[in-house]
Design a protein around this ligand. Structure first.
Ligand code: FAD
Length: 346
């Protein structure tokens, strides 16, 4: 317990979309606690800031399909509400329709979660199929939500500041470094949980994108592994997924490959102004880890030997999509820990 306050102290590690969403969910649900967000990177330094932000849930990402569906539904409803609210502009939300196609199977496009959540998913008819290169035999169109992280992260940050959540810029090597200051630590450190809590199930999946100015692009396009996602200021062109590669340098062969593939699908991109290249490492873990743990300090160097931790990390290529739903789940575990004052049911 913090000596200055009788309120339970919650320390959230992580200033990416998962940490900020979790801090806000806790703040909105459990007003009796004080929250501090601790991170060594914020806003444009985080992975989350560079993501395309397309809402596209993957079924096999949680411990069960039901859990993944619950996360996706919670997130989608939250984003949709924001899209329709007076905060739509500030939060970077927009409803966007587009084309999702591949060269190998219709079945893989009929993601059950998309079909349940989105009102208008439809198979390509011949007219639409003829708009694209012939190898894309299968396709669906739908309307989904694009969350532009360049707006959404500042929006979440401002909300937290308005609600008296504190921010600390600090690198943490070991969770016990902050154990004495917090009753519960919520670990949203993304890929860095590999080091921070020795989680070897986490794998970097390298992505590279080109951000261009092409304000005439109003739809999203997914074609096999390539994609074109319109954000507020830039359109993101991508399609690099390299398992186990943690190289943060721009690779010029990857860049050429993205450019060739994306301009084949959307030829008008040839006229786009290139603004920047961007590389990010997806924190891939199967399943995403949302779990309570009582950690023990093996070195016995700290006042507290046991630390209550809620983990929320490993969102892979779906962190924007799932952030609000997983924030709700993590908040529930925090509530359980607070109310039982002991380990929640794991
Ligand atoms: C090319 C690309 C495109 C993508 N497009 C999409 C998309 O369209 N839709 C989608 O849903 N997802 C997308 N993603 C995935 C998405 O970016 C991630 O899933 C998401 O950003 C993960 O968020 P996070 O908060 O867990 O991690 P991060 O954004 O990496 O945040 C981690 C935070 O933890 C802090 N931290 C870590 N370790 C420590 C430490 N030891 N001490 C202090 N602080 C620490 C960091 O400073 C940072 O603030 C994409 C990813 C890539 C690479």
């Amino acid at each position: 317990m913090n000596l200055k306050s009788s309120k339970p102290q919650i320390g959230v590690i992580g200033g990416g979309v998962v940490g900020l969403s979790t801090a806000l969910y806790i703040q909105q649900t459990i007003p009796s606690v004080e929250i501090t967000v601790i991170a060594d990177k914020f806003l444009n330094e985080t992975l989350s800031y560079g993501a395309g932000g397309l809402f596209r849930p993957e079924v096999n990402i949680g411990t069960s399909k039901e859990i993944a569906e619950d996360w996706a539904t919670t997130s989608y409803n939250h984003y949709l509400k924001l899209c329709m609210s007076s905060d739509a502009n500030a939060s970077g939300m927009q409803l966007v329709s587009g084309y999702h196609m591949n060269s190998y199977s219709q079945e893989s496009l009929n993601n059950g979660l998309l079909a349940k959540l989105l009102p208008d998913i439809r198979d390509f008819n011949d007219n639409v199929r003829n708009l694209f290169p012939k190898r894309f035999k299968y396709g669906v169109t739908y309307t989904t939500i694009i969350t532009d992280p360049r707006y959404y992260l500042p929006y979440l940050t401002n909300k937290l500041i308005q609600n008296n959540v504190r921010f600390i810029n600090r690198h943490i090597d070991n969770l016990f470094q902050i154990a004495d200051n917090y009753d519960i630590v919520v670990n949203c450190s993304g890929l860095n949980s590999k080091k921070l809590v020795n989680d070897w199930k986490l794998t970097p999946v390298r992505g590279q994108t080109i951000k261009v100015k092409a304000p005439w692009i109003k739809h999203f396009y997914f074609a096999d592994e390539s994609y074109v996602i319109p954000g507020r200021d830039y359109v993101t062109l991508g399609g690099i997924k390299q398992y186990g590669n943690s190289d943060l340098n721009v690779n010029y062969l990857d860049r050429e490959s993205i450019w060739q593939r994306c301009t084949q699908v959307v030829p008008s991109l040839q006229n786009a102004e290139i603004v920047m290249d961007w590389v990010g490492l997806r924190p891939q873990r199967q399943p995403i880890r949302i779990e309570a743990e009582i950690m023990t300090d093996s070195d016995h160097n700290h006042m507290k030997n046991n630390l209550k931790v809620i983990h929320n990390y490993g969102h892979g290529g779906h962190g924007i999509t799932y952030s609000w739903g997983t924030a709700k789940h993590a908040t529930h575990l925090v509530q359980q820990m607070l109310s039982t004052n002991m380990s929640p049911k794991l």
